[in-house]
Design a protein around this ligand. Structure first.
Ligand SMILES: CC(C)(COP(=O)(O)OP(=O)(O)OC[C@H]1O[C@@H](n2cnc3c(N)ncnc32)[C@H](O)[C@@H]1OP(=O)(O)O)[C@@H](O)C(=O)NCCC(=O)NCCS
Length: 442
C-alpha cells in the first residue's frame, strides 16, 4: 500500500448536511502519537459500551497500532476529540484472489455532537484517505446503514452461524462411493488415513497452534480461500493475531490446509467456533472430530462458517442449523483495480458495456467495457465506444452488491441496476454470482 499522509480537513461554515446546529470549524485529521488516547477510549465507551479490564491492554495496543498506520481519523472541535473513525489494514478474498481491503470500524461521534454532520464529514475524509492509499475495496459491519450508503457502501454479504448437536458430529458419514477420493491424496474422504500419531483423521501436519503462528495461520487461511475460491473472507496482518492466539481459554489447531479456533461458551454447555476452514476432506473431518471429542461436556457446537461448509453433508441426520447472522457492506473504491484484482470462474467469458455513476468517487464514473475471461477481469474506458446496445447502468451501491455476488435481477428489482438485458444479467451472474461471507468481525 502506498502511504500518503492524510490532509487535515476543516469543515466550512456551511454544514456538510443534517439537522441540528450547523457544523463549523470542525477539524478532521489522523490521530497522532501525541494525541490523548484516553479521549479515544472515552468516545469508544460512550458509543459502544464498556471496555472490560481484561481487554484494556489489547485495546490500547490495537489503537496504537492503527495510530502508527495513520488509520484513525479524529474530528476535533476546538482541539477536543468529538468523533473518530478507523480502518484496519486487511486483505479480502474474491473468488480466491486477495486484494487490499480497508476494514472500517469504530465510527463514532460524541452523543452531544450527533446529528450535525460530524459523522458524514468523517466518512468523507476516511473514504478519500482509503482511496489515496490505493485500496480497491473497503468493507464494514454497519450498526446503522444510511451513513454508509450515502458514501457508496452497500450490503454485500453475511456472516453465517451453524449450530450442530455434538452427538451428530461423533459419527460423520463416510464418502458416498468407492472411487471418490481427493486429488493429492492426503488421506481420502472417509475419515481414515494415517495422520500424525494420536491425531484424528489424516489431516496433513495437524498440530496445536501457538502465539508465534500468526504468519503460518494467515498463509494457511489464504491457501484455503484460494483453493475453495471463496468470496468475501478477510485475513489480517499476522502480528494482529498474537493477543488472540495467546489467550489461555482459546484453542487453535493448524493443518497444512486448515485452521480451527474455538473456546468454551455458556460455561461448558457449548463449544463456540470462531473459525473452521479446511481445503481437503481429510482436514475438514479431522477438525470436526476435534470438536466432536467434546461431546461429553458440550451439547452443541456453535460455529462461524462459510455458508457452504462441508459439515452440512457429513451428519447422518439433517442436524445442522445454518443461518445468516450479520450483514456487512462493501465499497468499491477503485473500480478498475478491484475488477483486475478479483478472481472469476475460469469457464466464464463476458464482455459487457457498463455505465457507472459514482459522484463520490468520480474516477469510477463513466462508460466502461467489462471483460471477463480465463479467470480474470478488466474494466477499461469505453467513453468513445460507438454502440447501439443499452449499457448496464449502476451506481456505487449497485456496483458493490454486484461485485459481491448479488443476482443482477434482484438488483434490478431493488433499483440498483438498469439497462442491459436478460443476456447481460445471465453473464453478470455467471461471472460474479456468490454468497459472499466473512468469518472475522472487527
Ligand atoms: C452513527 C453516527 C456515527 C453518525 O454520526 P453523526 O455525526 O450523528 O451523523 P451525521 O449528523 O453526519 O448524519 C449522518 C447519518 O447518520 C444517521 N444518524 C444521525 N444520528 C444518528 C443516530 N443518533 N443514530 C443512528 N444514526 C444516526 C442519519 O441517518 C444521518 O443520515 P441522513 O442523511 O439520512 O440524515 C453517530 O450517530 C454515532 O456515533 N452513533 C453511535 C455509534 C454507532 O452506532 N456508530 C456506527 C457504527 S457502524
Amino acid at each position: 500500500m502506498c502511504r500518503t499522509s492524510t490532509p487535515t480537513t476543516t469543515c466550512p461554515t456551511t454544514s456538510w448536511k443534517s439537522s441540528g446546529e450547523p457544523l463549523t470549524g470542525i477539524q478532521i485529521r489522523p490521530l497522532g502519537p501525541g494525541d490523548d488516547i484516553d479521549a479515544e477510549l472515552d468516545l469508544r465507551r460512550r458509543a459502544f459500551g464498556p471496555v472490560g479490564a481484561a481487554h484494556l491492554a489489547a485495546w490500547h495496543a490495537s489503537v496504537r497500532h492503527s495510530i502508527d498506520q495513520g488509520a484513525i481519523l479524529g474530528a476535533f472541535d476546538d482541539g477536543r476529540l468529538i468523533g473518530s473513525a478507523r480502518y484496519h489494514v486487511m486483505r479480502q478474498w474474491w473468488h480466491g484472489r486477495a486484494m487490499p481491503m480497508a476494514g472500517v470500524a469504530g465510527v463514532k461521534v460524541a452523543p452531544e455532537h450527533r446529528g450535525r454532520g460530524v459523522g458524514t464529514a468523517m466518512m468523507a475524509a476516511l473514504l478519500a484517505d482509503v482511496a489515496d492509499r490505493g485500496y480497491p475495496v473497503s468493507a464494514l459491519y454497519p450498526a446503522t446503514v444510511p451513513l454508509y450508503r450515502t458514501f457508496g457502501w452497500e450490503i454485500a454479504g453475511g456472516t453465517y452461524q451453524a449450530v450442530v448437536p455434538s452427538r451428530s458430529l461423533a459419527a460423520l458419514i463416510p464418502a458416498d462411493a468407492a472411487g471418490i477420493t481427493e486429488r493429492g491424496g492426503s488421506g481420502g474422504g472417509t475419515g481414515g488415513g494415517s495422520g500424525e500419531r494420536g491425531w484424528p483423521g489424516g489431516a496433513a501436519g495437524l498440530r496445536r497452534a501457538t502465539a508465534d503462528d500468526g504468519p503460518a495461520i494467515v498463509a494457511v487461511k489464504g491457501r484455503v480461500h484460494e483453493a475453495l475460491r471463496h468470496c468475501g473472507p478477510n485475513t489480517r496482518e499476522p502480528q494482529e493475531l498474537r493477543d488472540w492466539l495467546d489467550k489461555p481459554d482459546h484453542f487453535c489447531y493448524l493443518a497444512a490446509d486448515g485452521f480451527l479456533s474455538y473456546r468454551w461458551a455458556k460455561g461448558t454447555e457449548e463449544v463456540a467456533v470462531d473459525e473452521l476452514l479446511a481445503a481437503s476432506a481429510a482436514t475438514a473431518r479431522a477438525l470436526w472430530q476435534i470438536l466432536a471429542s467434546h461431546a461429553s461436556m458440550a451439547g452443541q457446537v456453535r460455529a462461524c462458517l462459510p455458508p457452504d461448509d462441508t459439515v452440512q453433508w457429513l451428519t447422518r441426520e439433517s442436524d445442522v442449523q445454518l443461518r445468516r447472522t450479520n450483514a456487512w457492506m462493501l465499497r468499491i473504491v477503485d473500480a478498475p483495480a478491484a475488477i483486475a484484482a478479483r478472481g472469476f470462474p475460469a469457464g466464464v467469458t463476458l464482455s459487457v458495456l457498463v455505465e457507472i455513476a459514482d459522484p463520490v468517487r468520480p474516477a469510477n464514473s463513466g462508460r466502461w467495457r467489462l471483460e471477463v475471461a480465463g479467470g480474470g477481469g478488466s474494466l477499461r474506458r469505453a467513453d468513445t465506444e460507438a454502440t447501439v446496445v443499452d449499457p448496464v447502468r449502476l451506481g456505487a451501491r449497485g456496483l458493490a452488491a454486484l461485485f459481491a455476488g448479488a443476482p443482477a435481477g434482484a438488483l434490478r428489482l431493488a433499483g440498483l441496476l438498469a439497462g442491459g438485458d436478460c443476456g447481460t444479467d445471465d453473464g453478470l451472474d455467471a461471472a460474479f454470482g456468490a454468497a459472499a461471507f466473512l468469518l472475522d468481525t472487527w
